[in-house]
Ligand binder design. Structure first.
Ligand code: SAH
Length: 253
């Protein structure tokens, strides 16, 4: 702003007087300036949708997940909607995130891997133990309309229920309770995904798996290490395959 633009014809301040006037004016203008919202300061990261596509490429496909239906589901479900507002900017980072109640939403790669291992077909009936944020349940709901999920912490169950409804995953059934016991009313299941770690595979879950069904489950203690297993039921036999070492929160029972 130049003094000549004022055009008032009045005597303009000179020397020190003028310096002080500018100083005061700048302070005033600084004070009036609206604080830019934090988003504008962080303009550099790409929009969340673009980040989601990059996540699928770099964290999931690059690590060997191939099932195109799983990859498509991971591209569609907005992970940012399942985390608390302050975690949204980190929704597509390569790791778990806090969701309150001392629990976490799993790393996207682990969600994709477990979903692929569960080999869910359209029309399958699937049980998840450990709803947490509801994100894994939403991924499963992209593959089949029959998804049942159990969360032991009422606050998380309620929040996940709301998030799933808000995003249109109306068919997902969320139960508040102990997933160790499974959900006998809807058994048997084609697939069971367990996202908290028991020290051994719960008997009720084995029983509620359909003949030919798959269970993907981390087993072991939290600090000494857990292994992700796929169990495949053939009649009375449970074929067991160890996949990778993992770290999940313990299954409370
Ligand atoms: N699948 C979740 C992340 C799971 S975190 C997601 O997509 O966000 C593990 C969850 O298992 C926690 O919310 C924890 O409260 C829950 N949990 C622990 N023990 C449980 C039990 N016995 N039955 C059901 N949920 C349990």
């Amino acid at each position: 702003m130049g003094e000549d633009r004022r055009g008032t014809g009045r005597r303009l301040p000179k020397g020190r007087e003028r310096v002080w006037l500018w100083f005061a004016l700048s302070l005033f203008l600084l004070g009036c300036r609206e604080e830019p919202p934090p988003e504008r300061l962080r303009q550099t990261p790409p929009p969340l949708e673009a980040q989601r596509m990059m996540m699928v490429e770099r964290q999931i496909r690059a690590r060997g997940v191939k099932d195109s239906r799983v990859l498509a589901a991971m591209e569609r479900v907005p992970r940012e909607e399942f985390v608390p507002p302050d975690q949204r900017p980190y929704a597509y980072e390569d790791g778990p995130l806090p969701i309150g109640q001392r629990q976490t939403i799993s790393q996207p790669y682990i969600v994709a891997l477990m979903t692929e291992l569960a080999a869910v077909e359209q029309g399958d009936k699937v049980l998840e133990i450990g709803t947490g944020s509801g994100y894994q349940a939403a991924i499963l709901a992209e593959l089949t309309p029959h998804v049942y999920t159990i969360e032991i912490l009422p606050k998380l169950a309620e929040r996940a229920r709301n998030t799933l409804r808000r995003l249109g995953y109306d068919d997902v059934q969320v139960k508040t309770g102990d997933g160790y016991l499974g959900w006998p009313e809807y058994a048997p299941f084609d697939a069971i995904i367990v996202t908290c770690a028991p020290e051994s595979v719960p008997e009720p879950l084995k029983e509620q798996l359909k003949d030919g069904g798959r269970m993907v489950i981390p087993v072991g203690r939290q600090w000494t290490g857990q292994t992700l297993y796929v169990l495949r039921k053939h009649g009375d036999d449970l074929e067991q395959e160890a996949v990778i070492p993992v770290r999940f929160v313990p299954m409370v029972h």
